[in-house]
Design a protein around this ligand. Structure first.
Ligand SMILES: [Fe+2]
Ligand SMILES: [Fe+2]
Length: 473
């Protein structure tokens, strides 16, 4: 009996301390000390590789050298192999080091160090999945923010990202992929990307990033990103690109929605889908919101984006589209041809849907509390909070389940499941209407003119960018 009382008391103490301001203060103090270390300042981040047998690494240094990842299956780094890469000069004159590690086997733990001329990092580890089922965490609009009036702004907004990742790991310590739907940084600055990459979690779990409109406020996303399978486009994206990767049984299409070139995006998706005919799931991720529509002045922009992007999701049978930009949590109904084909409610399972679910999560550092809310007519689930949200996506062969959490309570507030009896599920082979051909073409022409606007904006901010490179890549 006494034992029982003692264990209840200890459990109470643990829960109490975990939620007490003193505990939060200790965690933040630990972050502030860690912030000053060489590893935090190097901004080491692991991106997904082209498939699960690869990982892409990136980190910063102040001199040029041939960077290396030293990899071992032992924590003492014995029997290590070395993979070398290349470095690119960043806009500020530092170097971003890029290395791809290949030949990884399933179900293993690997240990690594990053090496450049004057720098050797601590040893970090990562795991490869042992079977097809896995869990990813999706979040968006991280908005690590440089503010010249607040010298701690990058450190503090980076802490919020690390905190959210750790809350997600408390819920599920088996997460093997991080998905971020754009606006990682508020000003698109190198210091913001280094800050975000300071989190130890992104050194052990690969993080896929998408370019958002805020990432295009500067030029540094271009040297920060090391995503695999970048697309080759007729209309230049300059700082971003479409990319894809395969993780187990899922094809992830990571798109640059700043670029309106519909012709390029459709060609890219068509080729990626053709290359990977055996996947069970197709997930697309890009920044701009389509169906959330909760900010009235953005509705006209959303409407234009819908006629550009939805036909691509329809044509290629995309199961789930992960978005950002609105800073509001919404999940659409099952959509086809811009219309609800099946409603989606909290806790529901949709079986073999003949369409796509579009989801937007809230912003980590810039949550909204606007009174002026107008819900899109196709929204199935919505949740308004000033808290930080993360979403766990469980993939199995037959099911894809999304569970959403706000970190203060860390209790699941919304979930839904897509279930398919085979890889095509209920997706039909209907082709989008012929006029989409014309819309895609208009989008590409618009993208060229939009790039002129981007060039002028960057010039106004004092960036020295090459006009022809920006226009034609
Ligand atoms: Fe944003
Ligand atoms: Fe945005």
């Amino acid at each position: 009996m006494n034992k029982k009382i003692l264990s209840v008391f200890l459990a109470f103490v643990m829960v109490f301390t975990a939620f007490s301001p003193a505990y939060a203060q200790t965690a933040e103090n630990a972050w502030n000390s860690y912030w000053e270390t060489a590893d935090a300042k190097a901004g080491i981040i692991m991106f997904p590789g082209a498939d699960d047998s690869q990982r892409n690494f990136s980190w910063y240094s102040d001199s040029e050298s041939v960077p290396e990842i030293v990899l071992s299956e032992k924590s003492d780094m014995s029997g290590s192999a070395s993979f070398s890469g290349y470095s690119v000069e960043t806009y500020s004159g530092n170097y971003a080091n890029k290395v791809t590690v290949t030949g990884l086997e399933a179900g293993k733990t690997y240990y690594y160090r990053c090496k450049t001329d004057n720098y050797v990092s601590s040893v970090y580890s990562f795991e490869t999945d042992s079977d097809d089922s896995f869990t990813a965490v999706y979040m968006t609009d991280i908005h690590v923010s440089f503010d010249e009036k607040n010298p701690d702004s990058v450190r503090d907004t980076s802490y919020n990202f690390d905190l959210t990742l750790n809350k997600a790991l408390e819920t599920d310590d088996d997460i093997s992929l991080i998905l971020s739907a754009g606006d990682q940084a508020s000003e698109g600055l190198e210091c913001e990307y280094i800050g975000m990459s300071a989190s130890p979690v992104v050194k052990s779990i690969p993080m896929a990033t998408t370019i958002g409109n805020h990432d295009r406020k500067g030029v540094d996303y271009k040297t920060f990103s090391n995503m695999p399978n970048e697309g080759d486009h007729a209309v230049s994206s300059y700082v971003g690109s479409d990319c894809y990767f395969v993780k187990n049984n899922v094809l992830f299409l990571v798109m640059d929605s700043n670029n309106a070139s519909g012709v390029d995006h459709r060609n890219f998706v068509k080729a990626a889908v053709k290359e990977n005919p055996d996947v069970d799931w197709k997930v697309m991720m890009f920044h701009h919101d389509l169906y959330g529509g909760r900010i009235p002045h953005r509705e006209s922009e959303n409407a234009l984006l819908r006629i550009l992007w939805a036909p691509i999701a329809d044509e290629f049978g995309i199961d789930l589209v992960l978005l950002g930009h609105s800073h509001y949590y919404t999940v659409s109904n099952v959509m086809y041809n811009n219309k609800t084909v099946a409603t989606l409610t909290n806790g529901a399972t949709v079986k073999d849907p003949d369409g796509t679910v579009y989801m937007v999560s809230g912003s980590l550092n810039r949550p909204r509390d606007d009174e002026d809310i107008s819900l899109g007519e196709n929204v199935g689930i919505e949740y308004l909070t000033m808290d930080k949200i993360y979403n766990l996506i469980d993939f199995t062969e037959e099911t894809l389940t999304v569970r959403s959490y706000a970190i203060e309570s860390n209790v699941c507030f919304s979930s839904f499941t897509i279930e398919k009896s085979d890889a095509d599920g209920g997706h039909s082979d209907r082709m989008p209407p012929l006029y989409n051909f014309i819309i895609r073409f208009i989008g590409s022409v618009y993208a060229v003119f939009n790039n002129i606007g981007v060039y002028n904006d960057l010039k106004d901010k004092g960036y020295d960018v090459n006009f022809f490179e920006l226009l034609f890549g």
